[in-house]
Design a binder for this molecule. Structure first.
Ligand SMILES: [Fe+2]
Length: 420
């Protein structure tokens, strides 16, 4: 009898795993970027930027000290700004996490037992896999390969089963399954359901969420007691038929672009250990940038030699090169650029297209801590042959009122929910 997600037999290669009946090189398959976390020196300004200006909904805001183990609480409580903000742009409980740098670093030292790395301002970069078995077997696989696994279990709030580990540049990354879905009422799960959190890998199988909720109802838990953010902002913009507080809607997150010390080392980790696929390479200032994907998107991860950071004029305070935010349409992308500039945000809209192959017109916008966001609207999709579309880069970036349809227009991951 074969164990799911385990090597099939002694005679099979050790790299052959059964993932849902499909033989693969590792016991999980990343489907997409799920969420992303950033640390900040000025957390209040960050919350205003991401929630008020960009329109992420706050799905939870909690005191980190309340979530921490008893021994660590007093140390965390000494920090004034210790709220962790979880935000979302879709029905996932969180697609973005904002946390203060001080509290993040204390947590790293006391809970994870490691010193924070200078320049790492990402709190987590999190990839969705397809099942709980993939997470649990992935955790064992990472350990077998000598990766530094930070913790495995189930996050509350958020309900996602997770395994956190480090990449070679010590960015915290995560694979997860089963994140809580926030519905039409905009309410997260109540705290009473947090007793289903796990701080270690669970034994399989686990009860499903339907049974968890059935049990809670029998115990009289008030399912409407969860957090729902208040939002009374005026909605002066007609966004393709919906009155909204801003003239655009973020419909997808990623790609993530990282500066790394050694691209070969990072590639080996992301391709061999994590299963990313290389789409293409581009040379900039004589150095090679590598564009990677998991699914049909042209790229969801870019690895860039850290020597390029200065040439690109990006902040020397972070190893995050940029973080992509996709708008619902080309018109909304243009509106977002104007809107952010009107609100004092620095935006660069004459980027070298070679920095974002597979993505039509794009702009950089900078958050209050100097993190760079890549705003865009379309992502080329890669088909069965794994090759990107041969294309001539436009001679010069331009922002006409409208653009011709291409094979990338409105293709790829679909935004399912209402825009506001
Ligand atoms: Fe996470």
């Amino acid at each position: 009898m074969k164990l799911f997600g385990r090597p099939l037999s002694a005679s099979a290669t050790a790299s052959t795993f059964d993932v849902g009946g499909v033989l693969m090189d590792r016991p999980f398959k990343i489907r997409r970027l799920g969420h992303f976390g950033l640390t900040f020196r000025h957390l209040d300004e960050a919350v205003r930027f991401y929630a008020d200006l960009l329109g992420f909904w706050v799905s939870e805001q909690c005191d980190v000290a309340e979530l921490a183990p008893t021994l660590v609480k007093p140390m965390l409580k000494a920090v004034k700004d210790r709220t962790i903000y979880m935000l979302r742009h879709n029905s996932d409980h969180h697609t973005l996490i904002l946390v203060g740098k001080t509290i993040n670093d204390i947590g790293e030292r006391t809970i994870r037992g490691r010193n924070p790395v200078k320049g790492v301002t990402t709190n987590q970069i999190t990839w969705q896999v397809g099942s709980l078995a993939e997470v649990v077997n992935g955790s064992a696989y990472f350990t077998d390969r000598g990766c530094r696994v930070l913790n495995t279990g189930r996050d509350m709030p958020g309900s996602n089963w997770h395994c956190y580990l480090e990449d070679p540049d010590r960015h915290t990354i995560e694979i997860y399954y089963g994140i809580e879905q926030v519905g039409w009422d905009g309410r997260s799960k109540p705290v009473a359901l947090y007793d289903r959190g796990f701080s270690k890998a669970p034994k399989l199988p686990q009860m499903g969420e339907w049974q968890e909720i059935d049990n809670a109802l029998r115990e009289g838990v008030d399912l409407a007691a969860g957090f729902r953010a208040e939002d009374s902002r005026p909605t002066p913009y007609d966004v393709d038929g919906i009155a909204m507080a801003r003239p655009f809607k973020i419909t997808r997150i990623g790609p993530v672009a990282l500066f790394v010390e050694d691209v070969s080392r990072a590639l080996q980790f992301y391709i061999e250990t994590m299963g990313f696929l290389e789409t293409e390479r581009r040379t900039h200032q004589g150095e090679e940038m590598v564009f990677l994907r998991n699914n049909t998107e042209h790229h969801s991860l870019v690895l860039i030699p850290i020597g390029l950071r200065k040439h690109l004029g990006l902040s020397d305070q972070t190893t995050l090169a940029w973080f992509g935010l996709q708008m619902a349409s080309y018109r909304q992308l243009r509106a977002a650029i104007s809107f952010l500039r009107e609100h004092g945000v620095r935006v660069v809209d004459d980027l070298n297209p070679g920095l974002h192959p597979g993505i039509d017109r794009a702009a950089w916008a900078f958050d209050p801590d100097g993190h760079c966001l890549l705003l865009y609207w379309s992502m080329e999709q890669i088909g069965w042959d794994g090759k990107p579309r041969p294309t001539d880069e436009p001679a010069a970036p331009a922002w006409p009122d409208n653009v011709e349809e291409t094979s990338a227009s409105y293709r790829g991951e679909v935004f399912l929910g209402p825009h506001a």
